[in-house]
Write a protein that binds this ligand. Structure first.
Ligand code: BMP
Length: 213
């Protein structure tokens, strides 16, 4: 069984059955499954509990609301069994802290988004990513999300967040290199379609694991 694989599987599929099949087939190759709006909206919130019985789940709802609403959203996914939640940092200290507090109360992890991996992130997020990373550290998040598509940004964000975990999406389908992201300072790679859209998801996960080992 491979643990500490440094892989987080982004399970952005719309079929409950397919999600459970993938989680079951890949659970020994990954450290977490990340679920977000696509799967939760398609399959229902209890998919979090179902997958959690196989492998820890990070609920990536990129929470970005006023503190009260952020707490309510966090509590829903945490009560459903999520081991981690993801929130946006740009909403400010009070809202991000509300998510961190909710995670702590459930013994779960809280991650904050600093800079996203898609090209459009350079328009508004990149110019403030360092401030967002500092705010995330001030709010005592467990980790941050930083882009594997721009490894130099991972290094910069690492210099700000210290020992906090960096989880990094954007490898494979979005063009980022797994090895480059880890060498730049990422702790975990978030990988979705390169694995889930593959005719052989387990073999594709193994190929990434081989590349990063
Ligand atoms: P894929 O490997 O298929 O590109 O999936 C990446 C996953 O990471 C998706 O769930 C996406 O929503 C998420 N993600 C991202 O791609 N970039 C970010 O900056 C933040 C994300 O959460």
């Amino acid at each position: 069984m491979i643990r500490n694989s440094r892989l987080i599987l982004a399970l952005d599929v719309l079929s409950r059955e397919r999600a459970l099949d993938l989680a079951s087939a890949l659970k020994d190759r990954i450290d977490y499954v990340k679920v977000g709006y696509p799967l939760i909206l398609a399959a229902g919130l209890d998919i979090v509990e179902k997958i959690s019985s196989m492998t820890p789940v990070i609920a990536d709802l990129k929470i970005a609301d006023i503190p009260n609403t952020s707490t309510l959203i966090s509590e829903q996914v945490l009560a459903a069994g999520a081991s981690g939640i993801v929130a946006h940092a740009f909403v400010g200290k009070d809202s991000l802290s509300a998510c961190v507090d909710a995670a702590r109360e459930h013994g779960a992890l809280a991650f904050a988004v600093t800079e996203m991996s898609h090209p459009g992130a350079v328009e508004f997020m990149a110019p403030v990513a360092e401030r967002l990373a500092r705010l995330a550290a001030e709010c005592d998040v467990d980790g941050v999300v930083a882009p594997a598509t721009r490894p130099e940004r991972i290094s910069l964000i690492r210099s700000i967040v210290g020992d906090r975990a960096i989880i990094s999406p954007g490898v494979g389908t979005q063009g980022g290199s797994p090895r480059a992201a880890l060498e730049a300072g990422a702790d975990y790679l978030i990988v979705g379609r390169s694995i889930t859209d593959s005719p052989n998801p387990a073999a594709s996960a193994d190929a990434i694991l081989k590349e990063i080992r």
